[in-house]
Design a protein around this ligand. Structure first.
Ligand SMILES: Cc1ncc(C[n+]2csc(CCOP(=O)(O)OP(=O)(O)O)c2C)c(N)n1
Ligand SMILES: [Mg+2]
Length: 669
């Protein structure tokens, strides 16, 4: 339960409010100056807002930064990273001593140029690509409400605070995020807009004239405007926003970028470069902050540390409530991130059944069947789709939809908002308690790219269900037929890209994706039915090896055919044709290149063999040379697709067993 809705004021005898905020300003100036790079203007402009928020409202415990019911703070305007680092030092995170601020932007420090998840305690998400933080925070606030629906106010009742700049609100992703948050009535999401009228090129009037208050209102938010340098107005607005949790809140803060810098304040010159010795000296005078660089006087620091003490006390109360709730075991298991054993067991059972029954179904359908087993075995999975539920096949029996103000369900209608969906899933995964998966067409992964990239960079378990994965989708034509997207997803470090060839491989892909805690997964799934190829029981999850010999040649290999997804059956048919002519071809299924890359070199050599190779995939060759070697051929796409029934397209583009066999023969003749 929220311990207090009114602000905790600093003691009368303590340092002034200005001193408290100026500590942030000075640290930001000094660190940027020492690094000779960075962004002093935003931390100096938002110092007052951040001081009110952190010293009077935030509940977090630096000694236990993973406390599940802590308030979340997201610095969407990630270029202002020194604001976050200064706050972390002042509050007393153990990994943020002053030396870290002195090493701002240096290799191996905790103080990277932009806040990086995992680099320092208390950084809830990576920010820097503008707008992402806003959209990620929507997922966090949604996860908070969904956990609240399951465990009640006593155990889950925290706020998600975001600081966004003009840039964040100009980015298109903010539209998706704001719209979704307003629609769902995420009442515990509070967004501060650093309304300083400045971005890099100069005045924001150069590029925008949107009435942001009207825009947020139109999306279903509460709004209030404050003078962002008036502690009383800021405090009153936050108190009001916390007390009235019917809708998310926009607190528009009139601020001056670089507040305190005598010449650069209020100008774009304050945005993204060191102020220089003279300007800093002038600012020290103007702010009445005579202290040497990187020194915060003890009374100021002590006052700041009280915020940590307040958070620690709140956590202590929470721990007692958890113990008394009778729900501790379930709650702890849910937030542990460990996949319940029942889900794994359900998939094993399903795979055994599919080996027996040999269903000829699309891999999107196989994914639906796998999800039915998973979702019946555990409720940590949260499904959703960007308005393609019945194409992506992401909903399973008994899944209730999340609705505005009602969060007991576990299926989210993200609307036609691919990047908003991906970022919200990032937020849910980061919040903890859930494993989010969400669907769209593979082609529209590009619309979500900015957020998908952050899933990979942060190393979090988010699962993308990307159906209609090639020309195999047919009539919708080249706008919908991905030819380059597999390559672009595979180009992302730390992303597992699965393209299963049948129902068994699809179930296996799900098992690996769910178990992989430190990387996101993308499942590229077919619209069209696929021939069952994994028809023999295997003790191992072969997809977990990334690639494996599906059909060995009858004797010493003349050629090795490598394929993924819907083209594996074409490779098998080609091998059959070749066999009739006495040519010995092995077929290697490669459902996940990244996992194959993780195997021993000896295993990879054994699978790939030394015979010439033919790659088969209904996509561009880009990336395939990694596996093909010198004596090789590739059967796939050379450009965009076309609109026609899928079988006609495969023929038209020459992705056929005959073409594969001919390519193989040309290599060995
Ligand atoms: C997606 C994206 N595009 C561009 C940038 C580069 N960039 C960093 S800050 C900034 C201007 C942001 O303006 P504002 O949010 O008003 O920040 P302020 O200047 O007020 O600190 C830009 C364009 C970025 N970080 N992310
Ligand atoms: Mg600005």
């Amino acid at each position: 339960m929220t311990d207090t809705l009114v602000a905790d004021r600093p003691s009368a005898a303590g340092p002034s409010f200005a001193d408290m905020a100026n500590a942030i300003r000075a640290l930001a100036m000094d660190a940027v100056e020492k690094a000779k790079s960075g962004h002093p203007g935003m931390p100096m402009g938002m110092a007052d807002v951040a001081t009110v928020l952190f010293t009077r409202f935030m509940h977090l415990n630096p000694a236990d930064s993973a406390w599940p019911d802590r308030d979340r703070f997201v610095l969407s305007a990630g270029h202002g990273s020194m604001l976050q680092y200064a706050l972390h030092y002042l509050i007393g995170y153990p990994d943020m001593p002053i030396e870290q601020l002195e090493k701002f932007r240096q290799l191996g420090s905790h103080t990277a140029g932009h806040p990086e998840y995992g680099h320092a305690l208390g950084i809830e998400t990576t920010t820097g690509p503008l707008g992402q933080g806003v959209a990620t925070a929507v997922g966090m606030a949604l996860a908070e409400r969904m956990m609240n629906a399951r465990y009640g106010d006593d155990l889950v009742d925290h706020y998600t605070y975001v600081i966004a700049g003009d840039g964040c609100l100009m980015e298109g992703i903010s539209h998706e995020a704001i719209d979704l948050a307003g629609h769902l009535k995420l009442g515990k999401l509070i967004l501060f807009w650093d309304d300083n009228h400045i971005s890099i090129d100069g005045a924001t009037s150069l590029s925008t004239s949107t009435d942001q208050i009207a825009r947020f209102k139109a999306a279903g938010w509460n709004t209030v405007r404050v003078n962002g340098h008036d502690e009383k107005e800021i405090e009153a607005a936050i108190a009001k926003a916390r007390a009235q949790s019917d809708k998310p809140w926009l607190i528009a803060c009139n601020t001056i970028i670089g507040y305190g810098a005598p010449n650069r304040a209020g100008t774009a010159k304050a945005h993204g470069e060191a102020l220089g010795a003279e300007e800093i000296a002038g600012a020290r005078q103007k702010l009445n902050w005579p202290h040497t660089p990187f020194v915060v006087p003890a009374p100021v620091l002590n006052e700041w540390r009280k915020a940590a003490a307040r958070g620690a006390a709140a956590q202590e109360n929470w721990v007692a409530r958890l113990a008394a709730s009778g729900k501790a075991a379930a709650f702890n298991a849910q937030v542990s991130g460990v996949l319940p054993a029942a889900a794994e067991a359900a998939l094993k059972e399903l795979i055994a059944k599919q080996v027996e029954e040999k269903p000829k179904i699309a891999s999107r359908k196989a994914s639906e069947i796998a999800l039915a087993a998973i979702n019946a075995a555990t409720d940590v999975t949260i499904g959703g789709s960007a308005d393609l539920t019945h194409s992506n096949l992401t909903i399973t029996k008994g899944m209730e939809s999340v609705r505005p103000g009602s969060f007991g369900g576990r299926y989210i209608h993200y609307g036609v908002r691919e990047m908003g969906m991906a970022a919200a899933m990032n937020g849910m995964a980061l919040h903890g308690g859930f494993i989010p998966y969400g669907g769209t067409f593979l082609i529209f992964a590009d619309y979500a790219r900015g957020a998908i990239r952050l899933s990979a960079l942060m190393g979090i378990r988010v699962i993308y269900v990307l159906t209609h994965d090639s020309i195999g989708l047919g009539e919708d034509g080249p706008t919908h037929q991905p030819v380059e997207i597999l390559a672009s997803l595979r180009a992302l470090p730390n992303m597992l890209v699965f393209r299963p060839c049948d129902a068994v491989e699809t179930s296996e892909s799900w098992a690996v994706a769910l178990a992989e805690k430190a990387a996101p997964s993308s499942l590229a799934l077919s619209r069209q039915a696929l021939t069952p190829l994994r028809t023999e029981a295997s003790k191992e999850n072969l997809t977990a090896k990334g690639a494996y010999v599906l059909r060995e040649a009858d004797g010493k290999r003349d050629v090795t055919l490598l394929a993924t997804g819907s083209e594996v059956e074409i490779a098998v048919a080609a091998a059959h044709e070749l066999a009739m002519e006495g040519i010995k071809a092995a077929v290697v299924s490669m459902p996940c290149w990244e996992l194959f890359d993780r195997q021993s070199e000896a295993y990879r050599r054994e699978v790939l063999g030394t015979a010439p190779r033919v790659g088969v995939e209904a996509a561009l060759r880009f990336g395939w040379d990694r596996w093909l070697g010198e004596r090789s051929a590739f059967i796939g796409m050379k450009g965009f697709g076309a609109s026609a029934p899928a079988p006609d397209l495969y023929k038209h583009f020459g992705i056929t067993a005959e073409a594969v066999a001919a390519a193989a023969k040309s290599l060995i003749s």
